[in-house]
Design a protein around this ligand. Sequence first.
Ligand code: SAH
Length: 397
Amino acid sequence: MHKIHLKPGKEESLKRFHPWVFSGAIARIEGKPEEGEVVEVRTAGGEFIAKGHYQIGSIAVRVLTFDPQEDIDKDFWRRRLTAAYALRHSIGLTERADNNTYRLVHGEGDNLPGLVVDVYGRTAVIQAHSAGMHLERMTIARALAEVMEGRVDNVYYKSENTLPFKADLYPENGFLLQSGEGEPTDIATEYGLHFHIDWLKGQKTGFFIDQRENRALLERYARGRRVLNMFCYTGGFSVYAMRGGASLVHSVDSSGKAIDLTDKNIALNFPKDTRHQSLAEDAFKYLDRMEKGAYDLIVLDPPAFAKHRDALRNALLGYRKLNLKAFEKIKSGGILFTFSCSQAVSKEQFRTAVFTAAALSGRNVRILHQLTQPADHPVNIYHPEGEYLKGLVLYVE
Ligand code: SAH
């Protein structure tokens, strides 16, 4: 196994179980590891500290184990997946008749950096975010089929957009395993509501499972309210608002495809219901031209404005501008659900951006809830960067 030798003192974060080795921490590399290979990490003093997947880039090693005795073999994947399932089972997500949609593996949160697995009924979707996970995809798929035996028949691979293109590392989307009869259904159920999942081309693994609990909360506030779901994607918040008894629901997204998916999902759950309308338009333009007081409940769930730290300043200005428009237009006594899913933006920074927007609007604003990602997207306590979803529910007078 190739060895990565750290600069003196650079083992400190690893000693606290942080699962990344940055390229700047490396003194020298023994041998010439291929991208995705398992390498051993050693301190400047030559002591073993971790094993993980090697990759060229700012995160050079994603740690799989801190135990020198633990091999990265078939049993390793089985153990980690079993532990991930046990967590979902213990929080009551796996045996519900009204829900078959959950995240089974959340990267570092499940001690599997670079790997995401989402379950949609009898199909699991694997997404690799590192070369190492890409190379292991078949082993992972087989271990998954074993661990989820009787629960999952199909394992789909969807990493075309999460891995950098490389000729010898081409992550084609498609089924890795298919044991069910006939074509697997693309309809998943979340808290009794149904959603088409676009594995082929959809964002993430096809659905934003991470907003489940926040959608359920919105349902409780929807009754009698006129709801605007901005950045609706597949219409998750809209479908919950409909069930919650909203008097009207408008879904807006700049992508025509997203609007089609939203319409399909509304029709699937509420056929012939005339309360819903959708529109493909840019959020900023729509908020600019919409009438003051047109909505009593607004959801703002934009894409990550900052994908990297360098984009932070502009991202914060973006959140401020967007929220300011909503504060200026929402009906008095209205409720604003506002989110940021940028990992590079901290909870405090997001709050400051929203506070600044509130102050600029001059409205009296109170926080009702502070939201985050759900329990099937756990945060490894040694990897605080894993806490990426931030939300505020605000009462706007
Ligand atoms: N709320 C959704 C997830 C939102 S993802 C859910 O619960 O499933 C972000 C969405 O924002 C994407 O669908 C993307 O098409 C849309 N989007 C990106 N830029 C936009 C813009 N300027 N105006 C409107 N929508 C935009």
